[in-house]
Design a protein around this ligand. Structure first.
Ligand SMILES: NC(=O)C1=CN([C@@H]2O[C@H](COP(=O)(O)OP(=O)(O)OC[C@H]3O[C@@H](n4cnc5c(N)ncnc54)[C@H](O)[C@@H]3O)[C@@H](O)[C@H]2O)C=CC1
Ligand SMILES: O=C1O[C@H](COP(=O)(O)O)[C@@H](O)[C@H](O)[C@H]1O
Length: 257
Protein backbone atom coordinates (compact mmCIF):
# COMPACT_ATOMS: atom_id res chain seq x y z
CA UNK A 1 0.00 0.00 0.00
CA UNK A 2 1.72 3.19 -1.17
CA UNK A 3 -1.04 5.61 -0.12
CA UNK A 4 -1.47 6.86 3.45
CA UNK A 5 -3.23 4.41 5.81
CA UNK A 6 -5.81 5.64 8.29
CA UNK A 7 -5.70 3.87 11.66
CA UNK A 8 -8.77 4.62 13.78
CA UNK A 9 -8.69 3.73 17.47
CA UNK A 10 -4.94 4.38 17.26
CA UNK A 11 -4.70 5.06 20.99
CA UNK A 12 -5.80 1.56 21.96
CA UNK A 13 -4.10 -1.78 22.51
CA UNK A 14 -4.53 -3.17 18.98
CA UNK A 15 -3.37 0.12 17.52
CA UNK A 16 -0.32 -0.03 19.79
CA UNK A 17 0.52 -3.54 18.60
CA UNK A 18 0.18 -2.52 14.95
CA UNK A 19 2.32 0.60 15.29
CA UNK A 20 4.99 -1.26 17.27
CA UNK A 21 5.24 -3.85 14.53
CA UNK A 22 4.72 -1.92 11.27
CA UNK A 23 4.81 1.73 12.31
CA UNK A 24 7.80 2.33 10.03
CA UNK A 25 6.31 0.54 7.03
CA UNK A 26 3.55 2.97 6.06
CA UNK A 27 2.58 6.62 5.90
CA UNK A 28 0.03 6.62 8.72
CA UNK A 29 -2.82 8.95 9.58
CA UNK A 30 -3.82 8.23 13.17
CA UNK A 31 -7.27 8.92 14.60
CA UNK A 32 -7.52 9.33 18.36
CA UNK A 33 -10.69 9.74 20.37
CA UNK A 34 -8.93 12.07 22.80
CA UNK A 35 -5.65 14.03 22.51
CA UNK A 36 -2.67 11.64 22.79
CA UNK A 37 -0.46 12.10 25.85
CA UNK A 38 2.65 12.31 23.65
CA UNK A 39 3.07 13.89 20.23
CA UNK A 40 2.74 11.01 17.74
CA UNK A 41 5.43 10.55 15.10
CA UNK A 42 2.74 10.33 12.42
CA UNK A 43 0.05 12.67 11.13
CA UNK A 44 -2.93 12.51 13.48
CA UNK A 45 -6.31 13.95 14.28
CA UNK A 46 -8.66 13.74 17.23
CA UNK A 47 -12.29 12.91 16.52
CA UNK A 48 -15.29 10.66 16.88
CA UNK A 49 -16.28 8.07 14.26
CA UNK A 50 -19.92 8.88 15.04
CA UNK A 51 -19.36 12.44 13.81
CA UNK A 52 -19.67 12.97 10.05
CA UNK A 53 -17.25 15.88 9.90
CA UNK A 54 -14.60 14.08 11.96
CA UNK A 55 -14.93 11.01 9.76
CA UNK A 56 -14.67 13.03 6.54
CA UNK A 57 -11.51 14.70 7.86
CA UNK A 58 -10.08 11.32 8.86
CA UNK A 59 -10.53 9.58 5.51
CA UNK A 60 -9.41 12.56 3.42
CA UNK A 61 -6.41 11.56 1.30
CA UNK A 62 -6.03 7.95 2.48
CA UNK A 63 -5.89 4.82 0.34
CA UNK A 64 -6.62 2.25 3.04
CA UNK A 65 -8.26 2.12 6.46
CA UNK A 66 -7.67 -0.09 9.47
CA UNK A 67 -10.78 0.55 11.52
CA UNK A 68 -10.28 -0.27 15.19
CA UNK A 69 -12.27 2.51 16.88
CA UNK A 70 -15.17 1.33 18.99
CA UNK A 71 -16.34 0.12 22.37
CA UNK A 72 -14.39 -3.14 22.85
CA UNK A 73 -16.18 -4.34 25.98
CA UNK A 74 -18.00 -7.68 25.65
CA UNK A 75 -20.40 -6.33 28.25
CA UNK A 76 -20.92 -2.99 26.50
CA UNK A 77 -24.51 -1.71 26.60
CA UNK A 78 -26.63 -1.36 23.47
CA UNK A 79 -26.54 2.43 23.32
CA UNK A 80 -22.74 2.39 23.25
CA UNK A 81 -22.27 -0.36 20.65
CA UNK A 82 -25.04 1.19 18.54
CA UNK A 83 -23.37 4.61 18.43
CA UNK A 84 -19.68 3.72 18.51
CA UNK A 85 -19.52 0.35 16.78
CA UNK A 86 -22.46 0.23 14.39
CA UNK A 87 -23.21 3.86 13.48
CA UNK A 88 -19.51 4.72 13.60
CA UNK A 89 -18.58 1.89 11.26
CA UNK A 90 -21.35 2.76 8.81
CA UNK A 91 -20.14 6.36 8.70
CA UNK A 92 -16.60 5.16 8.13
CA UNK A 93 -17.67 2.99 5.20
CA UNK A 94 -19.83 5.73 3.68
CA UNK A 95 -16.94 8.19 3.84
CA UNK A 96 -14.47 5.59 2.57
CA UNK A 97 -16.44 4.93 -0.63
CA UNK A 98 -16.95 8.69 -1.13
CA UNK A 99 -13.16 9.15 -0.86
CA UNK A 100 -12.39 6.23 -3.16
CA UNK A 101 -10.54 4.29 -0.48
CA UNK A 102 -9.16 0.99 -1.90
CA UNK A 103 -9.13 -1.22 1.21
CA UNK A 104 -11.03 -1.39 4.47
CA UNK A 105 -9.66 -3.65 7.22
CA UNK A 106 -12.18 -4.10 10.02
CA UNK A 107 -11.52 -5.21 13.59
CA UNK A 108 -14.18 -7.82 14.12
CA UNK A 109 -14.12 -10.14 17.09
CA UNK A 110 -14.33 -13.66 18.43
CA UNK A 111 -17.54 -12.43 20.05
CA UNK A 112 -19.19 -12.31 16.63
CA UNK A 113 -19.20 -16.13 16.90
CA UNK A 114 -19.06 -16.52 20.67
CA UNK A 115 -22.31 -18.44 21.02
CA UNK A 116 -20.80 -21.44 19.21
CA UNK A 117 -19.08 -22.03 22.56
CA UNK A 118 -21.97 -23.87 24.14
CA UNK A 119 -21.93 -25.43 27.62
CA UNK A 120 -21.76 -28.84 25.96
CA UNK A 121 -18.62 -27.90 23.98
CA UNK A 122 -16.68 -25.97 26.63
CA UNK A 123 -14.12 -26.11 28.11
CA UNK A 124 -13.04 -29.22 26.12
CA UNK A 125 -13.14 -27.26 22.83
CA UNK A 126 -10.30 -25.08 24.07
CA UNK A 127 -7.99 -28.11 24.33
CA UNK A 128 -5.53 -29.45 21.74
CA UNK A 129 -7.24 -32.82 21.29
CA UNK A 130 -10.64 -31.27 20.47
CA UNK A 131 -11.58 -31.34 16.78
CA UNK A 132 -14.31 -28.63 16.76
CA UNK A 133 -13.25 -25.87 14.35
CA UNK A 134 -14.67 -22.62 12.95
CA UNK A 135 -13.30 -21.51 9.58
CA UNK A 136 -14.96 -18.14 8.88
CA UNK A 137 -17.65 -19.50 6.58
CA UNK A 138 -20.06 -20.04 9.49
CA UNK A 139 -22.94 -17.61 9.98
CA UNK A 140 -22.22 -15.20 12.87
CA UNK A 141 -23.55 -16.35 16.24
CA UNK A 142 -22.94 -13.54 18.77
CA UNK A 143 -23.10 -14.24 22.49
CA UNK A 144 -23.67 -10.61 23.52
CA UNK A 145 -24.71 -7.22 22.09
CA UNK A 146 -21.07 -6.30 21.55
CA UNK A 147 -20.76 -9.40 19.38
CA UNK A 148 -23.92 -8.34 17.54
CA UNK A 149 -22.23 -5.01 16.77
CA UNK A 150 -19.14 -6.81 15.44
CA UNK A 151 -21.20 -9.13 13.24
CA UNK A 152 -23.05 -6.04 12.01
CA UNK A 153 -19.72 -4.47 11.09
CA UNK A 154 -18.98 -7.54 8.98
CA UNK A 155 -22.36 -7.31 7.25
CA UNK A 156 -21.78 -3.60 6.57
CA UNK A 157 -18.54 -4.60 4.87
CA UNK A 158 -20.35 -7.18 2.74
CA UNK A 159 -22.82 -4.51 1.58
CA UNK A 160 -20.21 -1.82 0.85
CA UNK A 161 -18.07 -4.33 -1.05
CA UNK A 162 -20.94 -5.65 -3.16
CA UNK A 163 -22.46 -2.20 -3.77
CA UNK A 164 -19.32 -0.10 -4.23
CA UNK A 165 -16.44 -2.54 -4.80
CA UNK A 166 -14.26 -1.54 -1.85
CA UNK A 167 -11.94 -4.39 -0.79
CA UNK A 168 -12.87 -5.59 2.70
CA UNK A 169 -11.01 -7.77 5.18
CA UNK A 170 -12.77 -8.61 8.44
CA UNK A 171 -10.33 -9.85 11.07
CA UNK A 172 -12.04 -11.71 13.91
CA UNK A 173 -9.43 -10.87 16.51
CA UNK A 174 -9.10 -13.35 19.38
CA UNK A 175 -7.41 -12.19 22.58
CA UNK A 176 -4.59 -9.69 22.15
CA UNK A 177 -2.25 -9.96 25.12
CA UNK A 178 1.23 -8.46 25.25
CA UNK A 179 4.27 -10.68 25.83
CA UNK A 180 2.59 -13.97 26.67
CA UNK A 181 -0.81 -15.66 26.42
CA UNK A 182 -3.47 -15.03 29.06
CA UNK A 183 -2.55 -16.99 32.19
CA UNK A 184 -4.94 -19.60 33.67
CA UNK A 185 -7.53 -18.80 31.01
CA UNK A 186 -8.07 -21.61 28.50
CA UNK A 187 -10.37 -19.61 26.22
CA UNK A 188 -7.78 -16.86 26.08
CA UNK A 189 -4.99 -19.32 25.32
CA UNK A 190 -7.02 -20.92 22.54
CA UNK A 191 -7.44 -17.53 20.84
CA UNK A 192 -4.32 -15.65 21.90
CA UNK A 193 -2.97 -13.13 19.42
CA UNK A 194 0.56 -11.97 20.15
CA UNK A 195 1.58 -8.39 19.46
CA UNK A 196 3.94 -9.40 16.61
CA UNK A 197 1.28 -11.61 14.99
CA UNK A 198 -1.26 -8.81 15.36
CA UNK A 199 0.97 -6.42 13.44
CA UNK A 200 1.78 -9.13 10.88
CA UNK A 201 -1.83 -10.03 10.05
CA UNK A 202 -2.74 -6.37 9.61
CA UNK A 203 0.25 -5.85 7.31
CA UNK A 204 -0.89 -8.88 5.32
CA UNK A 205 -4.38 -7.37 5.09
CA UNK A 206 -2.91 -4.14 3.70
CA UNK A 207 -0.72 -5.92 1.14
CA UNK A 208 -2.75 -8.91 -0.13
CA UNK A 209 -5.17 -8.82 -3.07
CA UNK A 210 -8.71 -9.89 -2.16
CA UNK A 211 -12.33 -8.85 -2.55
CA UNK A 212 -14.17 -9.72 0.67
CA UNK A 213 -12.69 -11.87 3.44
CA UNK A 214 -13.47 -12.98 6.97
CA UNK A 215 -10.40 -14.39 8.72
CA UNK A 216 -9.45 -15.24 12.30
CA UNK A 217 -6.83 -13.09 13.96
CA UNK A 218 -5.07 -15.44 16.36
CA UNK A 219 -1.61 -16.87 16.76
CA UNK A 220 -1.03 -20.50 15.75
CA UNK A 221 -2.13 -21.87 19.09
CA UNK A 222 -2.23 -25.65 19.64
CA UNK A 223 -5.50 -25.04 21.48
CA UNK A 224 -7.07 -23.05 18.62
CA UNK A 225 -10.62 -23.80 17.49
CA UNK A 226 -10.44 -21.24 14.70
CA UNK A 227 -8.93 -22.32 11.40
CA UNK A 228 -6.07 -20.15 10.10
CA UNK A 229 -6.29 -21.65 6.59
CA UNK A 230 -8.16 -18.69 5.07
CA UNK A 231 -5.84 -16.13 6.64
CA UNK A 232 -2.86 -18.07 5.28
CA UNK A 233 -4.37 -18.62 1.84
CA UNK A 234 -6.00 -15.22 1.24
CA UNK A 235 -3.57 -12.96 3.12
CA UNK A 236 -0.32 -14.92 3.24
CA UNK A 237 -0.47 -14.81 7.06
CA UNK A 238 2.39 -16.74 8.70
CA UNK A 239 1.95 -16.55 12.48
CA UNK A 240 5.10 -17.03 14.57
CA UNK A 241 3.60 -17.50 18.03
CA UNK A 242 1.73 -20.29 19.82
CA UNK A 243 0.26 -20.14 23.33
CA UNK A 244 1.52 -23.71 23.89
CA UNK A 245 5.10 -22.35 23.78
CA UNK A 246 4.57 -20.69 27.17
CA UNK A 247 4.29 -21.86 30.73
CA UNK A 248 2.51 -18.99 32.47
CA UNK A 249 4.33 -15.85 31.36
CA UNK A 250 7.52 -17.79 30.56
CA UNK A 251 8.38 -18.71 26.95
CA UNK A 252 9.67 -22.31 26.93
CA UNK A 253 9.83 -22.85 23.16
CA UNK A 254 11.41 -20.31 20.81
CA UNK A 255 9.46 -19.49 17.61
CA UNK A 256 10.87 -20.53 14.25
CA UNK A 257 12.34 -17.30 12.93
N1 LIG B 1 -8.03 -6.38 22.25
C1 LIG B 1 -8.58 -7.50 21.81
O1 LIG B 1 -8.20 -8.60 22.25
C2 LIG B 1 -9.66 -7.45 20.79
C3 LIG B 1 -10.07 -6.26 20.19
N2 LIG B 1 -11.04 -6.30 19.22
C4 LIG B 1 -11.47 -5.06 18.55
O2 LIG B 1 -10.34 -4.32 18.17
C5 LIG B 1 -10.60 -2.93 18.27
C6 LIG B 1 -9.55 -2.28 19.15
O3 LIG B 1 -9.63 -2.92 20.40
P1 LIG B 1 -8.64 -2.50 21.59
O4 LIG B 1 -7.46 -1.80 21.03
O5 LIG B 1 -8.45 -3.68 22.45
O6 LIG B 1 -9.56 -1.46 22.40
P2 LIG B 1 -9.13 -0.10 23.07
O7 LIG B 1 -10.28 0.32 23.90
O8 LIG B 1 -7.79 -0.25 23.70
O9 LIG B 1 -8.99 0.86 21.80
C7 LIG B 1 -10.12 1.32 21.12
C8 LIG B 1 -9.88 2.77 20.81
O10 LIG B 1 -11.00 3.28 20.10
C9 LIG B 1 -11.32 4.56 20.61
N3 LIG B 1 -12.74 4.84 20.39
C10 LIG B 1 -13.80 4.29 21.01
N4 LIG B 1 -14.95 4.82 20.54
C11 LIG B 1 -14.59 5.75 19.60
C12 LIG B 1 -15.31 6.65 18.78
N5 LIG B 1 -16.65 6.72 18.83
N6 LIG B 1 -14.63 7.44 17.92
C13 LIG B 1 -13.26 7.37 17.86
N7 LIG B 1 -12.52 6.55 18.62
C14 LIG B 1 -13.18 5.75 19.49
C15 LIG B 1 -10.96 4.50 22.09
O11 LIG B 1 -10.70 5.78 22.61
C16 LIG B 1 -9.72 3.63 22.08
O12 LIG B 1 -8.54 4.38 21.99
C17 LIG B 1 -12.02 -2.79 18.83
O13 LIG B 1 -12.91 -2.54 17.74
C18 LIG B 1 -12.31 -4.16 19.44
O14 LIG B 1 -13.69 -4.48 19.35
C19 LIG B 1 -11.65 -7.46 18.82
C20 LIG B 1 -11.29 -8.65 19.41
C21 LIG B 1 -10.29 -8.73 20.43
O1 LIG C 1 -13.49 -8.69 21.38
C1 LIG C 1 -12.85 -8.85 22.41
O2 LIG C 1 -12.46 -10.12 22.79
C2 LIG C 1 -11.40 -10.32 23.75
C3 LIG C 1 -11.48 -11.76 24.25
O3 LIG C 1 -12.75 -11.98 24.83
P1 LIG C 1 -12.86 -12.46 26.37
O4 LIG C 1 -14.34 -12.42 26.65
O5 LIG C 1 -12.30 -13.89 26.39
O6 LIG C 1 -12.05 -11.52 27.19
C4 LIG C 1 -11.52 -9.30 24.89
O7 LIG C 1 -10.45 -9.50 25.79
C5 LIG C 1 -11.49 -7.89 24.28
O8 LIG C 1 -11.58 -6.92 25.32
C6 LIG C 1 -12.66 -7.71 23.34
O9 LIG C 1 -12.54 -6.47 22.63
Amino acid sequence: MDDPVLLTGAGGAVGEAILEGIGDAYEWKLMFHSPPAEEPSHEFLVGDVADDEDVAAAVDGVGAIIHLAGDPRPEAPWDSVLANNIDGTQKMYEAAVDEGVEKFVYASSNHAVGAFETDRRTPEMYREEADFLLDGTEFPRPGNLYGVSKATGEILGRYYHDEYGIDVCNIRIGNLTRGHPPIDYERGQAMWLSYPDCAHIHECALEADYDFEIVYGISDNDRKYYSLERAKEALGYTPRDNSAHFEGDERVVEPDV
